[in-house]
Design a protein around this ligand. Structure first.
Ligand code: NAD
Length: 379
């Protein structure tokens, strides 16, 4: 039985991954470590989990004592590090927190793993490692910087981060690779494009747009809306990490992407039209609307759900123009490819939000309100 430490497991991708691996591998145990910041929520991991094989620990990845205690107690085979401050806009407001969590937190986990996993020294003085262990770092395509109109990020593309968030993730990646080069630690890294799907915190584009439509609010779009991102359904990302942790080569980086480039404005327009269509086909969903207008038949009207809700706001500082991943390496070596077509994934995602408004209410009370008002006023 393999034992995992999954950090950031109460956040968006960590929680989806936790559910995925527990369902897929019935012979594993997981310790889910999360500080439960504004982005982490126990409600996110309350359902669809076999709790007899999963233990939750509230704690900070920067806490050395806690990390040592957990490694000693559970003898982890795999560490999968999702825990991070993940929002670029917040990194522009408060860069230091991103350094602390994303860099020092990762390095603290690397050291705890090293203290626990090293079994001795080889004849050249390099540490020898317990059989079958792996430290996996969940990273992002943002470490590569920005592309022009053509080209793709490959694993060999030079690292060139622009935001405090991506700079902190790049630094963490470099520490992970430094532990491989210096200590031969068994590590791997995945660098993924933008994810979407259930449990995505509503400060990020797609869930924010869904939330604002349901509330009848304006839909803020940065700059001219032409920035391009490569969108991947979260479950496909979880599958990629699972494959790399178990079968990827040590000391390697694997890019993960959806072959699905879209401008932000396209995403917003598609979300509007999909919600409109879903509410036309299934009028029950209209009950979820907080803005209630009625037509002459006394039905809840959705005529106002259209592109006039879009409002262009001052661009994000240093906003990267285009990200696009070339996932050839993971496809050729490990057989992974993005399975969920965007047209299918976006409907699944919107359906999930329409049917899980209690979760949205829960995670957006408190700090979220202050943050939203600061960023966008009371639109
Ligand atoms: P998220 O913000 O939804 O979740 C992050 C989780 O980490 C939260 O549960 C939070 O409570 C926890 N956390 C924060 N600081 C912590 C600390 N000091 N100790 C323990 N836990 C802490 O983020 P996400 O979107 O799920 O991203 C997860 C990882 O994937 C991040 O490392 C991110 O850089 C990476 N990533 C995200 C995307 C994306 O599109 N969301 C794409 C590529 C890579």
């Amino acid at each position: 039985m393999k034992t995992y430490l999954v950090t950031g497991a109460a956040g968006f991708i960590g929680a989806n991954y936790l559910k995925y691996i527990l369902a897929k591998h019935t012979d594993i145990k997981v310790v889910a470590l999360d500080l439960l910041t504004y982005a982490g929520n126990l409600g996110t991991i309350a359902n669809d989990i076999d709790h007899t094989r999963c233990e939750f620990v509230k704690g900070d990845i920067c806490d050395r004592e806690l990390a040592d205690k957990l490694f000693a107690e559970y003898q982890f085979d795999y560490v999968v590090n999702f825990a991070a401050e993940s929002h670029v806009d917040r990194s522009i407001e408060n860069p230091q927190l991103f350094l602390l969590t994303n860099i020092l937190g990762t390095q603290n986990l690397l050291d705890a793993a090293r203290r626990s996993w090293v079994t001795g020294k080889d004849e050249q003085g390099y540490p020898t490692w317990r059989e079958g262990v792996r430290f996996h770092q969940v990273s992002t395509d943002e470490v590569y910087g920005s592309l022009g109109e053509t080209g793709f990020f490959k694993e060999t593309t030079p690292l060139c981060p622009h935001s405090p968030y991506s700079a902190s993730k790049t630094s963490a990646d470099m520490f992970v690779m430094a532990y491989f080069d210096t200590y031969k630690m068994p590590v791997s890294i995945t660098r993924c494009s933008n994810n979407y799907g259930p449990y995505h915190f509503p400060e990020k584009l797609i869930p924010l747009i869904i939330k604002n439509i349901l509330e009848g609010k304006k839909l803020p779009v940065y700059g001219d809306g032409k920035n391009v991102r490569d969108w991947l359904y979260v479950k496909d990302h979880c599958k990629a990490i699972d494959i790399v942790v178990r079968d990827g080569r040590e000391g390697e980086v694997y890019n993960v992407g959806g072959h699905n480039e879209k401008q932000n404005i396209e995403i917003v327009k598609l979300t509007i039209s999909t919600i409109h269509q879903m509410m036309t086909e299934n009028p029950e969903y209209r009950q979820v609307l907080k803005r209630k207008e009625y037509n002459e038949k006394g039905e809840i009207s959705i005529d106002w759900i259209n592109e006039s809700l879009i409002t262009f706001v001052t661009d994000r500082l240093g906003h990267d123009q285009r990200y696009a991943i070339d996932p050839t390496k993971i496809t050729n070596e490990l057989g992974w490819f993005p399975q969920t077509k965007f047209e299918v994934g976006i409907v699944k995602t919107i359906k999930w939000y329409l049917e899980n408004q209690a979760w949205v209410e829960e995670v957006t009370s408190g700090d979220y309100q202050h943050y939203y008002e600061k960023m966008y006023g009371d639109r």
